[in-house]
Design a protein around this ligand. Structure first.
Ligand SMILES: O=C(O)CCC(=O)C(=O)O
Length: 254
C-alpha cells in the first residue's frame, strides 16, 4: 500500500484505486454478465445479486487479485476471509439506498481502530466498478472520515442524503476499485446515467469474525487456488494459515 493510499484510507475511510482492470478485462467481465444475467434491464431498481462466482473463473480470480491483496493485508491483517459478496446493477432511475454504517453508534463487526502503529478494520468492501460511476452518474456515496466520527449522523443529513453538505459521491471510472471500511457512513446515490451501473462488491472480514450466522461456501463449478480456498475458511483466529507466500510477505507492510 502506497503512502498516499494509507493516508487517504486512514483519513477518509475509503480509497479509489484507478485502472485495475484493462479495457479487454472489462469487456470480458461485462460480456459474461450480459450472458448470465440478461434480466437486469427489466428493473431499474438496484439489485443485490449473488452467485456470479460460479459463472466463470474470471470472477473467482478477482477475489485475490494481485492489486488488492497487499491493500487488504494492510487494512485487515493477514488471514482475512471472504464474508459475502453480491453485484449491484442499476438502470437510470434506480433508487437510493439510505446512509448506514458509522463509528457512532458503534457496531462491533464494522469498526475502524488504530493501535500500536497500525489500523484494524472490521468488515471491509472491495467494489469493482465495471462501468463509470461518480457524481454525474450515481452509485456509492459516503461521508468521508465518518469511520472516526464521535457523534451520530444528524437526521437532517440522513434525510438530505446526497444533498447533505458532508456526503460525497466519489468518481470511480470503469476498471477502478472503491475500497471502504463498513465503519464508514455510506449508501447509494440515485443512478442518473444512461448506462447501467455494474459494481461487484466483495466483503472481507478479519480472520476471527463473520457478519452473518451463515458462512459463505466456495462456489461450485470453478477451481479455486489454495489461496482462494483459504479465503473461504470459516472464521477463527488461532493457527490461521497465511494468505501470503514468503516472497509476498517480505514485500508487504506487516
Ligand atoms: O455501493 C453502493 O451502492 C453501496 C453499498 C452498500 O451500501 C454496502 O456495501 O453496504
Amino acid at each position: 500500500m502506497t503512502e498516499k493510499e494509507k493516508y487517504l484510507f486512514d483519513l477518509r475511510g475509503y480509497i479509489v484505486v484507478e485502472d485495475v482492470l484493462s479495457k479487454d478485462e472489462l469487456e470480458m467481465l461485462n460480456g459474461l454478465i450480459d450472458k448470465n444475467h440478461p434480466g437486469v434491464k427489466e428493473d431499474t431498481n438496484k439489485r443485490h445479486a449473488g452467485g456470479f462466482l460460479s459463472w466463470d473463473q474470471a470472477f473467482v480470480d478477482l477475489i485475490d487479485h494481485a492489486r488488492i491483496m497487499p491493500l487488504l493485508k494492510f487494512i485487515l491483517g493477514d488471514g482475512f476471509r471472504m464474508d459475502h459478496y453480491y453485484a449491484i446493477y442499476m438502470e437510470k432511475g434506480g433508487t437510493v439506498n439510505g446512509l448506514h454504517g458509522s463509528n457512532t453508534p458503534y457496531d462491533p463487526p464494522e469498526y475502524y481502530h488504530y493501535r500500536e502503529g497500525r489500523m484494524y478494520n472490521g468488515l471491509t468492501v472491495v467494489a469493482w466498478n465495471l462501468s463509470d460511476a461518480g457524481p454525474e452518474h450515481g452509485g456509492f456515496c459516503c461521508v468521508a472520515g465518518s469511520h472516526k466520527a464521535n457523534y451520530r449522523l444528524p437526521k437532517e443529513f440522513r434525510e438530505a442524503h446526497t444533498d447533505a453538505e458532508c456526503v460525497v459521491v466519489p468518481k470511480a471510472k470503469a476498471g477502478s476499485l472503491v475500497i471502504f471500511t463498513e465503519a464508514l457512513t455510506h449508501g447509494t446515490a440515485a443512478w442518473t446515467a444512461d448506462h447501467e451501473r455494474r459494481s461487484l462488491l466483495f466483503k472481507y472480514s478479519p480472520a476471527q469474525q463473520s457478519w452473518s450466522p451463515k458462512h459463505i461456501q466456495p462456489p461450485e463449478g470453478v477451481t479455486l487456488t489454495p489461496r482462494q480456498e483459504l479465503l473461504f475458511e470459516p472464521p477463527y483466529f488461532s493457527s490461521r494459515k497465511s494468505l501470503f507466500s514468503d516472497e509476498d510477505a517480505s514485500k508487504a507492510d506487516y
